[in-house]
Design a protein around this ligand. Structure first.
Ligand code: SF4
Length: 477
């Protein structure tokens, strides 16, 4: 897990706000997918309430996760696959490296996998002398650029066509073009050679099905299918929560996943992988491994307040409507999960104090829950994280983020709960504001510590006569 500091968050957010290419790309992404996803939910035969059913499915699965995972492991093994439960990043990396070494792998191909980003698989492979090629077009682009993904589903959303044209000219030595079909053809040609030469294919898992012992991967490029069937060995890595108990649950989640991710009824390529190929099958790997990763998820599972976060199926619909993500993009959140899902998950996985700005930076507008394919109450968990930062929490090793801030809000809470004090406060504020600089009738600058609120906008002054005073004096009927 990468280090996230609050200074990084602020610096990256500022950088994003000053990047016109990124601002256009984010606005375009949200305009295209935000509304389209809502429409896709409405057009479901069961209507948008299917999200509520999916929430119940996820709740039941997560409540019984130990049994569901054991069933999954048993059925994958029956299908001829190997299963490894990795407690943390290091255990998962060790297993992947040992598997690659056993097969004397020199080149690995990877289908897009956020969990492999989470454990830093590429770095580990490269440090151990194994070349790794990302095969999802967006991931391929950012790998060439030496950058991190900035969106769960669209990792290169921060790059323009021109950026990609220059990158390809520089890195894969093709004549400069910003024509998407030509760029795509060039990537396809370069990647074909990798698919044919790779000794191992790594993938994520969108949803596993315990009942049948298979994993499902979805893509719109077909790259995951090639990465998982052409090399002799396929290693799939999944977060331990990404499982459905029954095939019919899996069906509901898969349909919602495609709608939440890209407003599609179904992704272009859906692969069900249930082990190595059988003798009579032409395609498929000789070995199939499933790595089931904990990496802090057990801790989330153990906490009733945050368990709901494990319902997440990483569809990214919340990113596509979040006003904060829509302005600061994915890099500000720190690697690898961004947007509202990242604002809850990253503090829980990387440390609440260390990544406090992620949860404090969200607006609590509720758009993320409305867009969420499984109706996760993200705003509730954002508030719960903020409460821990305000009061401290020994269980999560959280120290109070700001004692003066806590003091100010405690005082404010007391003021607004006492009518007389509140009215006195309003009168004093109405008097005091006459000393503040104005822009026409608006206040241009508030004094510290409230100055941030007026850094980019003017605000309405407190009314000279409050509503209650006007009511009492008969100004209002
Ligand atoms: S929180 Fe909901 S909308 Fe966001 S990625 Fe997870 S499932 Fe999708």
């Amino acid at each position: 897990m990468s280090e996230i500091t609050n200074a990084d968050y602020i610096a990256e957010a500022k950088k994003a706000l000053n990047d016109p290419v990124l601002q256009n790309a984010l606005a375009d992404l949200q305009a295209r997918f935000g509304r389209a996803t809502a429409l896709a939910y409405r057009n479901l035969p069961e209507g948008p309430d299917l999200r509520l059913k999916a929430h119940d499915i996820r709740a039941k699965t997560i409540e019984n996760l130990d049994v569901v995972l054991e069933t999954l492991a048993e059925n994958v093994r029956k299908n001829g696959g190997h299963v490894f439960f990795a407690y943390d990043t290091q255990a998962a990396l060790d297993y992947c490296l040992a598997t690659a070494r056993r097969h004397k792998v020199k080149l690995a191909v990877k289908g897009k996998s956020m969990v492999s980003e989470e454990i830093g698989l590429n770095t580990a492979l490269i440090e151990n002398g194994i070349e790794v090629a990302e095969t999802d077009l967006g991931e391929y682009i950012i790998q060439l650029a030496g950058e991190r993904p900035s969106h769960i589903i669209a990792p290169a959303i921060h790059k323009s066509r021109k950026d990609i044209g220059k990158l390809f000219a520089d890195k894969i030595r093709i004549p400069y073009t910003d024509d998407p079909p030509r760029l795509t053809r060039a990537a396809r040609k370069a990647l074909r050679e990798k698919f044919l030469a790779a000794g191992i294919g790594f993938s994520g898992c969108n949803i596993a099905c315990a009942e049948t012992g298979h994993i499902t991967t979805v893509s719109n490029e077909g790259n995951i299918r090639m990465a998982t069937t052409m090399p002799k060995v396929h290693v799939a890595i999944m977060g331990m929560e990404r499982v459905a108990a029954r095939l019919e649950d899996h069906d509901v989640l898969l349909r919602l996943l495609c709608r939440g991710a890209a407003a599609q009824n179904m992704a272009t390529y859906v692969s069900y992988v249930g082990g190595p190929r059988y003798l009579q099958q032409v395609d498929g790997p000789d070995e199939f491994h499933l790595v089931i990763l904990d990496n802090g998820r057990s801790r989330i599972l153990a906490d009733e307040e945050f368990r709901e976060m494990l319902y997440c199926i990483r569809c990214a619909a919340c990113l596509n409507v979040c006003p904060v993500y829509g302005k600061i993009g994915g890099h500000a959140y720190g690697h690898p999960y961004s947007g509202p899902v990242g604002a809850v998950v990253m503090p829980l996985m990387a440390g609440i104090n260390r990544s406090k700005d992620l949860c404090q930076g969200e607006t609590l507008c509720g758009a993320c829950q409305d867009a969420c394919s499984v109706n996760i109450d993200l705003p509730r968990m954002l508030l719960a994280l903020r409460a821990k930062l305000a009061d401290g929490d020994a269980n999560w090793q959280v120290s109070r983020a700001s004692i003066p801030e806590k003091g100010i809000y405690t005082l404010w809470s007391w003021i607004i709960q006492n009518r007389r004090v509140y009215e006195l406060f309003l009168r004093l504020a109405a008097l005091g504001q006459s000393l503040l600089p104005k822009n026409r009738d608006l206040i241009r600058r508030l004094p510290p510590p409230m100055g941030g609120w007026t850094r980019n906008r003017d605000i309405q002054p407190v009314a000279k006569k409050s509503f209650m005073d006007r009511w009492r004096s008969g100004d209002i009927e």
